[in-house]
Design a protein around this ligand. Sequence first.
Ligand code: PEP
Ligand code: MG
Length: 563
Amino acid sequence: MSTLTGVGVSPGVGVGPAHVLAYEATVPDPDSRHGGDAGDAEAELARAGRALERVAADLEERGVRVGGEAREILQAQAMMARDPGLADGVARLVEAGTSAARAVYEAFGHYRDLLAAAGGYLGARVADLDDIRDRVVAVIEGRSMPGVPTGTGQPYVLVARDLAPADTALLSPDVVAAFVTEQGGPTGHTAILARALGVPAVVACQGVTSIVPGTPLLVDGASGLVRPEPSDDEVLRAREAAAARKAGQASAKGPGRTADGHAVPLLANIGGPRDVAAALEHGAEGVGLYRTEFLFLDRAEAPSEQEQEAAYLEVLDAFPGGGVVVRTLDAGADKPLAFLPPGAHEPNPALGERGVRLFRTHPEIMDTQLAALAAAASRSSARLQVMAPMVATAEEAAWFAAACDAAGLPSAGVMIEIPSAALRAADLAVRAAFFSIGTNDLAQYALAADRQLGALAGLQEAWQPALLDLVALAAAGAAERGRPCGVCGEAAADPALACVFVGLGVTSLSMSAPSLPAVRAALARHTRQQCHLAAVAARAASSAGEARAEARSHLPGLADLGL
Ligand code: PEP
Ligand code: MG
């Protein structure tokens, strides 16, 4: 079989037999009915309720065990299993005589259709929903829940159409040599979880699920190559390259800087206090993006000011004297929060009432969050900066800055993740104290490509010259007003792109903690001038692939590092 190519989303080399995950979910018989009288209905309903709760509790428990961003994702899944609307749907069907298993199957089907029709991020959640449904049906029918093997003895390469967060969250690198999925994009669940686990991963790899189970695979999570039946020599070379990469990365220490000493603070993206340990372990100089909505995903009501203050203070206290950038709630679209729904039905949630826009309709939620942040800052020696997500105009930036001023938070910045904000960066910088470029959303909006769709991974690549142009515009707009401009999207974790961003005028880089050493090493190998030349070459290219190749030709140290 020839080599397959996908998108490498978590670096490293993994070798092992393919374990192809096939969810052979059983479909309960459409005609399956219970006994029919009220007692039967009651018993059947209780069975369904117990199974839904057991699955929810199991997901939650897995989340607690694994922690970090995985926990938030699993908690969101547990919430789906506990959805009151779903329970009502099951009850209606059971009362009409349908068996518990079939009722659950059909009730999920209703939500599934709604999500699939909504498309976008919600459409991409269909796989998550199916996974929960199959678990609940399995419990009702007395079968074990679907999942991946954990005790096969030999590390294997997990191959799947897509991976359910419930499955991947608990896998350890001792058991799984690598992940390869046919779907998913660079900013999807599998990618984020694989990086958090430190497991090499390739997503959007067409044809990989046709591989015969047991076929030996060599997976390179940096280049995105998947080689079936590799020779001993190929495995050896790939492993040597990975070892060289690790050794080279370990050699760079201390704060981020280019070879000629230009400082580029390297910061961590976190979802809550539990991610702080990894940030410190990988030498983060501070936090560049604290995604506060991850604290509240499983909540039916907005958390109290005191509760928020405690969560913020815990993070601030981990960086005494350092900087922590907290993003205010980014609810909506790919991060729906139960207590902060959009005002009306949204055919396109990614273009809807989300991010800072929701604060304008729910100022009380903003006031509570800003007050909690101000209170935490007053009790800590860390330097707190606050920023708003999804800012589109200078007027929004000014409105948010005024709200922060009123709350006693002097340093209010904005995320640049909408093209209009990048195009008018100098206007936004009049009131915004700093920028942080969210390349995940900026790519989604610039290329009109849903960030959750693996099939569009090529358009979401941050190497797209159009995206690089927008980053350059944002950095120039910030510089014009003497404002710092960081990048906190996943693209900052790509060592080559990190150098290009510095060349474009970006002043700090924030990423998931395990990516920090590679970026630190890449910067340390290149001068600011080399970064500048790489950026100019990338912007002159006419495709993402060409931009990458051109930039790399100016960054020879990357190959030395095996990056
Ligand atoms: C981004 O959009 O790049 C970003 C960092 O924010 P999030 O991924 O949380 O939307
Ligand atoms: Mg974003």
